[in-house]
Design a protein. Structure first.
Length: 196
């Protein structure tokens, strides 16, 4: 009987390990519906910074970036905004085509691991030298048609790290108007010493 219980527990453990959604494997223009269905905590929300339609959640168990499992995290005795979150950007809520994602981590150790993973996988990146407000990294990856922005902000009780991975050329609000600035141009305004 104990062996049977042990086998069942191992099967459950193996199943839970394989149910991790790897954000690194998301493909632009794929339908996000299955991911949203598998992780029922997602809510439809418009991104307040970029104006994208998105699905967002603060429940991150079940996600990973490469080999790094990301977890639900909230700063103990922190402010309401001191937590980790995930936003998956879509073109609209009908076709649900993925434009990219933003993972914001309040967990500093987790963030360090994700940055190390990205630096190991993608060698050519630009970074800042001004460490007053936190590090900034940028990867331009034409071969996979994506931009990766990693931006840190020094909050009162922790460093918040935001990983934004989007389709190259993506404009704010998913606009097709060339007069609307791209995410690259937006970051260039904030990081002119890095993005020239």
């Amino acid at each position: 009987m104990n062996k049977l219980i042990g086998i069942i527990l191992l099967c459950c453990l193996a199943t839970s390990c394989t149910s991790q959604t790897d954000l690194e494997t998301l493909k632009f223009n794929d339908d996000v519906s299955k991911i949203v269905k598998d992780h029922s905590d997602f809510q439809k929300r418009a991104d307040p910074v970029y104006g994208f339609k998105a699905y967002s959640t603060n429940k991150l168990d079940g996600f990973k970036i490469g080999n790094i499992k990301i977890l639900t995290y909230e700063i103990p005795k922190g402010n309401l905004s001191d937590h980790s979150s995930l936003w998956i950007y879509v073109d609209d809520y009908d076709s649900n085509k993925i434009l990219g994602y933003e993972f914001s981590s309040a967990n500093e150790k987790e963030s360090e691991k994700v940055v190390a993973e990205l630096k190991s996988k993608y060698k050519n990146y630009k970074t800042n030298t001004n460490k007053i407000h936190g590090d900034f990294y940028f990867w331009d990856l034409p071969e996979s048609n994506k931009w990766i922005f990693v931006d840190q902000s020094d909050n009162i009780n922790h460093i918040q790290t935001t990983f934004t991975v989007v389709k190259r050329g993506l404009r704010v609000g998913n606009s097709t108007d060339p007069g609307v600035f791209s995410l690259y141009e937006k970051y260039k305004m904030m990081q002119p010493d890095v993005l020239k």
